[in-house]
Design a protein around this ligand. Structure first.
Ligand SMILES: [Zn+2]
Length: 347
């Protein structure tokens, strides 16, 4: 399997990135740079790759890094290595909140303080900063200072979904690795190989994942994930046949939900559905992702005008971008719901 060809690196796909990072951790190599930035969609494998790189850098095996056996590798597996720092967005009380939290100034201050001290166990101090786009101004400025002045033993690895949301001065000080979506077959194979998923289940999740192995794996392990998807699809089918009043009522209930992850997850599911309908209308049913609902895809391909579906996909994309930067969720969702295609029979 391609995903495990990366020796002991527990990374599915992204072989080019593993090939680039692996030599930097080997003894006698040129050694790592000060800072790396791994970009990619949520749950595409950024943190998995970053952790594997950190484990390899801190590993003490002379031959193969990470070896998985040395004291360092074992400490990393338990996230208890004294030279490994994981910095994540938190809420005001310091509780980790990756969806809505922030990387705050206090966290950056402790990185700066700790960076000056020598590593406890080995050669490097490795700092993994997740969701760097959620840095507040104080954090970003202190991070910048660390990037400029850090001693040679400090290696920083930032992850973020979009480079446009980071300060250009931070991006320019990092070596950037941009993870691309993985092929469906690779994800399906990786899901199926430990016997965790059936062939049909692995194929469906891989198709729905948009090339993100982490997302597919999380769905496989989540108890309610697939149930939620079925409920969301049913509610979408009903909404497309509902009155304006019912659509607006749904928009109200959705905008009252401040969980960004849920909202964007739902919009991604809608995008996936209408994309499938458009593909079916173009005679490409084989390329559809929601393969467990072919009958409903064909039904909707007959019920809606391709031009309406096309225009709604465009609106979805526009509103999604808008929701990332606005507080007026209600207005944006009202517009979206009112633009849902109407079936030909109800005109
Ligand atoms: Zn090791």
């Amino acid at each position: 399997m391609q995903g495990t060809q990366a020796g002991a690196w527990p990374v599915v796909g992204h072989q080019w990135a593993v090939d680039l990072l692996r030599p930097l951790a080997q003894s006698g190599g040129s050694g790592p740079r000060h800072a790396y930035l791994i970009l990619g969609a949520p749950q595409s494998g950024k943190s998995t790759l970053a952790r594997a790189f950190g484990t390899a850098l801190l590993c003490t095996d002379p031959e193969r890094r990470p070896c998985g056996r040395c004291r360092s590798c074992q400490l990393m597996a338990k996230t208890g290595h004294p030279d490994f720092w994981l910095i994540q967005p938190t809420d005001k009380d310091g509780v980790v909140d990756r969806a809505n939290g922030l990387l705050r100034g206090e966290a950056a201050s402790s990185i700066v303080r700790d960076a000056m001290l020598r590593p406890v166990e080995g050669k490097y101090k490795y700092v993994l900063i997740q969701d760097a786009q959620r840095a507040n101004d104080t954090f970003a400025n202190k991070l910048l200072k660390t990037l400029e002045e850090a001693p040679a033993h400090v290696v920083l690895c930032l992850t973020a979904s979009d480079r446009a949301e980071l300060l250009p001065t931070i991006v320019s000080r990092c070596q950037v690795l941009e993870l691309r979506p993985l092929p469906i077959e690779l994800i399906a194979e990786a899901l199926e190989s430990p016997g965790a998923a059936s062939h049909a289940q692995a194929d469906l999740l891989a198709r729905l994942s948009n090339g993100r192995f982490g997302w597919a794996m999380a769905q496989l392990q989540s108890k309610g994930g697939q149930q939620q998807r079925q409920e969301d699809l049913h509610s979408l089918w009903q909404l497309a046949r509902a009155s304006r009043v019912e659509r607006l009522a749904f928009s109200q209930s959705l905008s009252g939900n401040r969980e960004n992850e849920r909202l964007f997850g739902l919009l991604a599911l809608w995008t996936g559905w209408w994309r499938d309908v458009l593909l079916a209308q173009a005679g490409c049913l084989d390329a559809c992702n929601n393969i467990d609902h072919q009958a409903e895809i064909e039904r909707d391909a007959q019920s809606f005008l391709p031009a309406d579906v096309h225009s709604f996909l465009y609106t979805l994309r526009r509103i999604e971008g808008y929701l990332h930067h606005t507080v007026n969720t209600t207005l944006a969702l009202d517009v979206l719901l009112l633009q849902l295609p109407r079936p030909l029979t109800s005109r």
